[in-house]
Design a protein around this ligand. Structure first.
Ligand code: PMP
Length: 425
């Protein structure tokens, strides 16, 4: 209980002492006190079904007992050693994590945030290729550090200062909103209602977007590039999916120009897309560098970069050091999260419950005009409101069909209220 911090006092401190760039949601922001699995509890004991999971970060459930127990045990044993010493937890975790990747992705660097992981990925790509330019997709979010802000391509996050030299953005292959796309372009149980001129086996939209990608390569960067970064499904931008085979062909074009391909799995990793453990697998590609954060620690601040031995050797020419990266506590948390995903069959749950939720939400799209698109894969879901912003639904992976029924009913009621109010105006 935090009796000395009643709502009004918390609000005042927020106004006076907390960075004003941090925005809260809702007219009356929630004051949270506790979490358990897919549930959150506010200061008055009200329970909420959490469909956002701290922006996809709580992967296995708030205060998951297994993760909590492992953390508590480690807290009493050893919090920190820098990795100039050996400690079993980091070796165990490195082995466990890399076992989930296909060859040749077998070397891991542990960092503390997604931005830091992408900073390192950029650095490595440049160092290894001896090229400088990195390309990202518009609408992508790759971090808020000065380096990664050059890749992040969303106006609300852009500030009018010089950052991210050598970063070029290219057209987002958005099959719902973009100039090309249609009803069977994307890998989702729900397709757009938009008519499609694609034929069996050939995706016209993909071809057009690839032409745009080539145009960027031919006009905006040197003949050789350091790399290309993309999220398998865009997270912050609202679960935007690309046409099938887009990434495959984009990767090929980048590799022809000497660049490395980076998959930002900060939101899509750890089974969230359901059918596969990693988002890149849903596109049939193997990246050269993969970055992980958020769900990797179920809320514990940790992140990682996974790459090949060859690429890692470029960084070994000189010292590279990170004080907190790979600390014992983080490694124990990371290992417990992987165990929880496996033991609770959370990838399977993402697939089953996510598909169910997508299909239920698609009914809302058919019922309400303002729901323009329902998309995504597993529990990486977007609902695009055509007169407003996009809803992002990314709950802890332990939610059930019953939770989905409840959430969809709440959504339906809210939409109905909105429509009634609009009609009364
Ligand atoms: N990549 C993606 C896809 C993200 O969604 C985010 C965070 N929203 C980041 C990178 C940056 O992670 P962090 O906030 O931990 O720096």
């Amino acid at each position: 209980k935090y009796e000395s911090y009643p709502y009004e006092r918390v609000q005042k401190i927020r106004e006076q002492n907390i960075a004003p760039s941090l925005r809260t949601y809702y007219r009356k922001p929630l004051l949270l006190h506790q979490g358990h699995m897919q549930w959150l509890f506010d200061h008055e004991g009200r329970r909420y079904l959490d469909l956002f999971a701290g922006i996809v970060t709580v992967s296995v459930g708030h205060c998951h007992p297994k993760v909590t127990m492992a953390t508590q045990k480690q807290l009493a044993r050893l919090w920190h050693t820098t990795n100039i010493y050996m400690y079993p937890a980091i070796h165990e975790y490195a082995e466990k994590l890399t076992s989930l990747f296909p060859d040749p992705l077998k070397v891991v660097y542990l960092t503390n945030s997604g931005s830091e992981a992408n900073d390192l990925a950029m650095f490595m790509a440049r160092l290894h290729t001896r090229n400088f330019d990195i390309i990202s997709l518009r609408g992508g979010y790759h971090g808020g550090s000065p380096y990664t802000l050059g890749l992040t391509s969303l106006t609300p996050y852009k500030h009018g200062v010089a950052n991210g030299f050598g970063c070029t953005t290219t057209m987002l292959p958005d099959v719902f909103r973009g100039p090309w796309g249609g009803s069977h372009c994307r890998d989702s149980p729900v397709q757009t209602v938009r008519k499609c001129s694609c034929s069996e086996g050939a995706c016209l939209a993909k071809d057009q977007y690839i032409e745009q990608f080539k145009d960027t390569l031919n006009t905006s960067v040197p003949k050789t590039v350091a790399g290309f970064i993309a999220e398998p499904i865009q997270g912050v931008n609202g679960a935007v999916q690309y046409p099938r085979n887009f990434l495959k062909e984009a990767y090929q074009l980048i590799r022809e120009r000497g660049g490395l391909c980076i998959s930002d799995e900060v939101q899509t990793g750890f089974g969230r897309t359901g059918s596969h453990f990693w988002g890149f697998q849903t596109h049939g590609v193997i990246p050269d560098i993969v970055t992980l954060a958020k769900g990797i620690g179920n809320g514990f601040p940790m992140a990682a970069v996974v790459t090949t031995k060859e690429i890692a050797s470029s960084l070994a020419q000189n010292l590279h050091f990170n004080t907190f990266g790979g600390n014992p506590l983080a490694c124990v948390v990371g290992a417990a999260v992987l165990d929880a995903i496996e033991e609770d069959s959370l990838q399977k749950n993402s697939e089953i419950v996510g598909t169910y939720m997508l299909l239920e939400l698609a009914k809302l799209r058919d019922e309400f005009e303002i729901v323009g698109d329902v998309r995504g894969k597993g529990l990486m879901i977007g609902v695009e409101m055509v007169t407003d912003k996009t809803f992002r639904i990314k709950p802890p992976m332990c939610i059930t069909k019953r939770d989905v029924n409840f959430a969809v009913e709440v959504f339906r009621t809210a939409l109905q209220k909105h429509m009634d109010r609009a009609a009364a105006k």
